[in-house]
Design a protein around this ligand. Structure first.
Ligand SMILES: Nc1ncnc2c1ncn2[C@@H]1O[C@H](COP(=O)(O)OP(=O)(O)OP(=O)(O)O)[C@@H](O)[C@H]1O
Ligand SMILES: [Mg+2]
Length: 319
């Protein structure tokens, strides 16, 4: 049975980005609002990886924080549907594991911290040893401090900690982008392996499309706070339809043909403080028409199981 455990509905989050009040009064500057996330809807299915990609500042981390319940939406909602009526448990794994591990705690203590209070000391110790081995470390590492590990090992510890919490959903925000390429591959393989063995569910954030292609079951492409295309990852990689997805996927290194000429993106990304009217992608879009400059395209379903927000792409599916 396919169980949806997270359902985002028309999710929005605005931030006040105004200058301090006194400065605004003196310079008569208006209040400024950043629309970090706007009208975002998606479902995350148990046991799968839902990935979100997009350029820096497009709202990926804000969506993650809203799903984690660390932040409150200004519009819409996130339904968090735990197993058998239980509340959904989430755990975050960040890019920089140094920030999420207390440098003064031995790693055993950090891993044990999210364990249920009902567990006694012996059970905790046994579980910590088991988790260290699960993530490819050794039980003796329990007594070491974070600085005694490499970046990749520290990320394994952060993953062990997330497993200790018995989370229903792991929120992985650029979990490997600070690591060397070979270490990155090891950690990604570990995450895949754990997902298969333990049936884990991931919300995976990255701007690295090669990484996303390896990890994702479903993929959402975000541009300036909105989803522009969403669907089964393989389908999007095979037949990207949105002009932005096409440009983005074109920047994935092509192993077979590294010298292929690529069109550089014509202009810079607009400021989220001053979004263009209509489709926010229109200034960069080769297909933009007058309609695109005036009307925001809705995210609509297509016959091939994907969703797209684009006036220029028709629903005829090319296979
Ligand atoms: N607490 C905040 N206050 C004001 N603006 C914010 C806040 N958090 C995020 N923003 C703004 O919201 C937008 C989205 O930010 P977010 O961190 O979600 O992007 P991101 O896609 O995760 O980027 P990156 O790839 O760089 O991590 C940005 O314009 C950012 O400046
Ligand atoms: Mg981010």
């Amino acid at each position: 049975m396919v169980a949806v455990i997270v359902s985002a509905r028309d999710l929005g989050r605005s931030f006040d980005a105004s200058a301090p009040l006194i400065q605004r009064l003196l310079t008569r500057a208006p209040r400024l609002t950043v629309r970090a996330v706007d009208g975002v809807s998606f479902d995350v299915t148990e046991g799968t990886t839902f990935a979100i990609v997009g350029e820096s500042g497009c709202g990926k981390s804000t969506v993650t924080r809203l799903v984690a319940g660390l932040d409150t939406p200004t519009d819409g909602e996130v339904q968090r549907l735990g197993r058998m009526g239980q509340p959904l448990r989430t755990q975050m794994v960040f890019q920089d594991p140094v920030g999420s591990l207390n440098p003064r705690w031995r790693v055993g203590r950090s891993i044990a911290e999210p364990m249920p209070l009902s567990m006694d000391a012996a059970a905790r110790f046994a579980r910590v040893s088991e988790l260290l081995e699960t993530v490819g470390l050794v039980a003796a590492d329990v007594a070491k401090f974070p600085h005694e590990f490499s970046g990749g090992q520290r990320q394994r510890i952060a993953i062990a900690r997330a497993l200790a919490a018995e989370a229903d959903l792991l929120l992985l925000d650029e979990p490997t982008s600070a690591l060397d390429v070979s270490v990155q591959a090891q950690v990604l393989n570990l995450l895949k392996d754990l997902q298969e063995r333990l049936g884990l569910t991931y919300l995976f954030i990255s701007h690295n499309l090669a990484v996303v292609r390896f990890m994702a079951d479903r993929l959402a492409i975000m541009y300036l706070g909105r989803l522009v295309e969403e669907g089964p990852a393989e389908r999007l990689f095979q037949a990207p339809a949105h002009p932005y997805t096409r440009q983005l996927l074109d920047t994935v290194p092509d192993v077979a043909n590294p010298r292929r000429n690529r069109e550089p993106l014509a202009i810079d990304i607009p400021s989220p403080l001053n979004l263009p009217p209509g489709c926010t992608f229109h200034p960069r879009c080769p297909l933009a028409t007058d309609l695109c400059r005036r009307v925001v395209p809705e995210l609509r379903s297509r016959p091939d199981g994907t969703r797209i927000a684009c006036h220029a792409v028709t629903d005829e599916v090319v296979s």
